[in-house]
Design a protein around this ligand. Structure first.
Ligand code: TIU
Length: 246
């Protein structure tokens, strides 16, 4: 049929690739966003929501430095950055009763008063981002009541406004909010890569299973790569700019 461009010319204008599993991840920095999921005190520090559920919160710490390096690189290159935070209105109108009451025997429920203020409530100290990963002006901040970052938020509109088609997923926890967001994004047509060392879980086996399942079947949900591979791909794509240190 004349007049139609070949499909590959219409779906991507990628100029570089990240070495990834199960195969290289092609991307254009102009349409790429770094998405940092829920790096909040309530999940990462003692006394918050994660600890109240009985988890060893120290297990999430290894993701902080890889995320910080990616964040610095995206800032240096002037690329799109998204920070999400899971939290609720003080009146809990946006918290389904099922979410608040499901786990019996937890020490503190959503909305209860804990050492970092009310658990997972917007504006409380525990709901804030950890100090090394605080957003800066101009970066997208999404407050979300669910596990997925697209549910009941303006994330898709904000990405669309900026022409973003490709997402690098990082943050916590791998199999809960990160995987839910990645699946939501995949179903919306985004090309997603989960950064292996920039995400953590309270359960190492759940992290490993998530990485394996998203990239299985020819990247059925998306790609995985470590942060060094991402930074190498980004440096190559921005080769006319200063080198990004990983
Ligand atoms: N409990 C758990 O693993 N995670 C969450 O409740 N929220 C996020 O993953 N952010």
């Amino acid at each position: 049929m004349s007049g139609h461009a070949p499909l590959e010319q219409t779906v991507t204008s990628s100029i570089a690739a990240i070495s990834a599993e199960p195969h290289d991840y092609p991307f254009d920095p102009a349409t790429l966003a770094l998405v940092i999921i829920d790096m909040q005190r309530d999940f990462i520090e003692p006394g918050g929501f994660g600890a109240a559920l009985g988890n060893d919160v120290s297990r999430l710490e290894p993701a902080v430095q890889p995320i910080a390096r990616l964040l610095a690189a995206f800032r240096e290159a002037g690329l799109t950055i998204v920070h999400t935070k899971e939290c609720h209105r003080p009146d809990l109108e946006d918290c389904h009763p099922s979410k608040r009451t499901r786990a019996p025997g937890v020490q503190l429920r959503i909305g209860d008063h804990g050492p970092m203020g009310r658990i997972l409530v917007h504006g409380e100290p525990g709901s804030d981002f950890i100090e090394p990963l605080q957003p800066r002006d101009g970066e997208i901040v999404i407050t979300k009541p669910g596990k997925g970052a697209f549910y009941a938020t303006k994330l898709q509109q904000k990405l669309s406004d900026r022409g973003i088609t490709h997402l690098l997923l990082t943050g916590v926890t791998t199999e809960v909010c990160v995987q839910t967001t990645m699946r939501e994004a995949n179903d919306r047509g985004y090309e997603c890569l989960l950064v292996e060392d920039a995400t953590e879980s309270y359960f190492p086996e759940f992290k490993a299973a998530t990485l394996a399942m998203v990239r299985a079947q020819g990247a059925i949900v998306g790609w995985t790569a470590n942060s060094s591979q991402v930074l190498a791909g980004l440096t190559a794509a921005l080769s006319d700019r200063p080198t990004i240190r990983g």
